[in-house]
Design a protein around this ligand. Structure first.
Ligand code: ZN
Length: 381
């Protein structure tokens, strides 16, 4: 990023913590710093590669912001688009995935889970890293990682899945034309998308905003899955802990990771009388959208040749296995079972509110027509 890029990034991301310079940060350990740089590079590479599939793709810059929360934002200044990943995201996910894999009954097929010890949390809703640490009174040298080295390695793989997904979600808002559409139709002077769930939309019509979120999730899933094949080949030769039994096992860690992301965003009570006013659809609804993308990719998409006929017969069962593993983890980690149950209910959202799902999909089809008409970023055929 140039000096001007950094200044502009700071300007548009001021509300979200501004530019976080990992290269010149004295406060974090060297290994942490290296890990963060790797994650950022992977996210940047994903943006560059996928932009190449599009005509007229614009200049896009990706960096961490200083926000300690879980989330990401996208904004635009002059002709450059900026994607900001809250640095809290990497830390929160590191702790959560570690704690989840420390539950012996969670993903027992990975490594040896029998010697893991569960870590209990009062409030697994906390998605602000500083507040999380404040409530836990952990020592400075506290290490949350699972004991088994293969499970510890999976934490890294899952963080990577989640960060790439978040970044590509924001890229989706750019390349699917949502940002320019909103700026043009003066819904907002500059489009800011924060992936956090618990906000009411600025728009009069939250359905429009929710439809765009579903569209961005679809974009992120599709291209994450396209990238997964290369990742599988790369990992099979990297080291013994990277090796997967088969491609579906890697795909499973992806489903687990993205479902966890939604679970963390979605663990609060929705006011169901105001569903149309939220900026983001409920977690359970988003999870259903992801299932559709996985199903498409496995049956006729980019990863079809990596999946056996038997596996193709049972994609839903596979998907729900990983969803239930996420639920098991939250149940085991939570000191308060009512809290865990609330989240589970949020996941079944699409089942309880089919009318809302229908309204959002209809809105999505409408904006697809109006955006595609004069949209300049088109996927190359
Ligand atoms: Zn979004």
């Amino acid at each position: 990023m140039t000096k001007t890029d950094i200044e502009n990034f700071n300007k548009v991301m001021a509300k979200y913590g501004g530019f976080w310079d990992i290269d010149n940060n004295q406060n974090i350990e060297e290994t942490t710093q290296e890990g963060l740089k790797d994650f950022l590079n992977i996210s940047r590479t994903a943006v560059d590669r996928i932009s190449q599939y599009f005509e007229n793709s614009p200049r896009i810059k990706v960096a961490f912001t200083r926000s300690t929360k879980l989330g990401a934002v996208v904004s635009k200044l002059d002709d450059t688009y900026f994607i900001g990943i809250y640095s809290g995201t990497a830390f929160i996910l590191y702790y959560f995935f570690s704690w989840m894999l420390r539950c012996p009954r969670v993903l027992p097929e990975i490594g040896d889970s029998s010697k893991e010890e569960i870590f209990k949390l009062e409030d697994p809703h906390l998605i602000d890293f500083v507040r999380l640490l404040d409530t836990l009174y952990l020592d400075d040298d506290y290490n949350p990682l699972p004991k088994d080295p293969k499970r510890a390695h999976m934490v890294e793989v899952m963080i990577m899945h989640a960060l790439v997904f978040l970044t590509l979600h924001e890229l989706g808002h750019i390349l699917r034309g949502h940002m320019n559409y909103k700026i043009k139709s003066k819904v907002q002077s500059s489009f800011i998308d924060s992936i956090e769930l618990n906000m009411f939309s600025d728009d009069k019509d939250g359905l429009l905003s929710q439809a765009m979120e579903i569209d961005a999730d679809g974009f992120a899933s599709h291209y994450s899955l396209v990238k997964l094949q290369g990742m599988f080949e790369y990992m099979q030769n990297k080291n013994e802990y990277s090796t997967f039994k088969d491609f579906p096992q890697l795909l499973g860690t992806w489903v687990f990771s993205i479902s966890t992301l939604f679970r963390l965003f979605g663990m609060f009570k929705y006011d169901t009388s105001k569903l149309k006013q939220y900026s983001h659809p409920p977690a359970g609804f988003r999870a259903t959208g992801i299932l559709k993308e996985v199903d498409d990719a496995v049956l006729k998409g980019p990863i079809s040749h990596l999946c056996s006929p038997d596996f193709k017969q049972n994609v839903q069962g596979f998907f729900f296995y990983y969803l239930s593993q996420v639920e098991n983890a939250f149940e085991d980690m939570s000191l308060n079972q009512a809290v865990a149950a609330e989240g589970a209910q949020s996941l079944a959202f699409a089942h309880y509110y089919p009318n809302h799902v229908h309204d959002v999909i209809r809105s999505l089809n409408e904006i697809k027509v109006s955006i595609i008409k004069d949209h300049k970023f088109k996927e190359k055929s």
